[in-house]
Design a protein around this ligand. Structure first.
Ligand SMILES: [Zn+2]
Length: 268
């Protein structure tokens, strides 16, 4: 039974921090990082929400739905094309780089990200070690859900409009991101849930955890025995269920962790 239904989520009540005392990270420690918009903000990724201007919230909600996109794919690609252009200018920050470096050094690090900017991959994390639960702006798929066309990578900026029609069924192609009114991919969610349950150390990075699934992952990790460590700029509604809260830019916190591990060990 999935834990993602509302009823099941209720089984994971806030129980508060359970762990104290030192926690030693070794290469056998299963580490999972749940990343939200805060880590991307440290790279200057624009959020668009509440920013006003040409792409105000109402227009985004019109465009970023399955029907809205199909009503005018050209307008949809104008919006996503602009986002790709802006994101292409952003670079992975020390937080992304620290997570990728831990993996390179042989630590068992896995990232569940809510961000669609692809920065964790660009920082060097392996593809199979990152789950992008909201999809990626750098992948494209057919808008026809019955079509067999495979999702493909494309990082062109600007994107060539002539490729944006499905070669199999002729439907418009669309970014492989989760639109408003769409479900998260159950296969990815199951994988993220499996990893969360078996993890020893769970980082909540740059997300306030007020919306599911972020809050759910942190609570599941804690309920299954992980040490839960929050890295945010300020305390959040999730802080009281975390074993530790480290305030400050995640880039600084993760680099400190990386350096201390490289020098010997890092203990919470
Ligand atoms: Zn198609």
């Amino acid at each position: 039974m999935s834990v993602w239904g509302t009823d099941d989520m209720m089984n994971f009540h806030n129980t508060g921090p359970k762990h104290d005392g030192p926690f030693k990270i070794t290469k056998k420690t299963k580490i999972t990082a749940l990343c939200g918009a805060g880590i991307s903000a440290e790279s200057g990724v624009p959020t668009y929400r509440g920013s006003g201007g040409l792409w105000n919230n109402i227009r985004i909600q019109e465009i970023a739905t399955p029907h809205g996109f199909l009503a005018d794919p050209e307008r949809g690609w104008e919006f996503y094309g602009e986002r790709r252009k802006n994101m292409a200018k952003c670079q992975p920050n020390p937080g992304h780089i620290a997570l990728a470096e831990l993996e390179k050094q042989g630590y068992d690090v896995f990232t569940i990200t809510q961000n669609i900017d692809g920065l964790q991959h660009r920082a060097g994390s392996s593809k199979h070690k990152v789950i992008e639960i909201h999809g990626s702006l750098w992948r494209i798929k057919c808008s026809n859900i019955s079509c067999d066309m495979e999702v493909f990578d494309n990082t062109d900026v600007p994107i060539d409009p002539s490729i944006l029609e499905c070669k199999i069924c002729g439907s418009p192609l669309r970014p492989a991101v989760v639109f408003f009114q769409e479900m998260l991919d159950p296969r990815l969610m199951a994988e993220a849930e499996r990893r969360t349950k078996e993890t020893d150390l769970f980082f909540v990075i740059g997300t306030s955890g007020t919306v599911y699934p972020a809050a759910g992952f942190a609570q599941i990790a804690g309920a299954f025995g992980a040490r839960v460590v929050e890295m945010n700029l300020e305390e959040t509604p999730l802080s009281h269920v975390c074993d530790e809260t480290i305030l400050g830019p995640s880039g600084e916190t993760l680099q400190k962790l990386l350096h201390e591990l490289t020098d010997g060990e890092f203990k919470f």
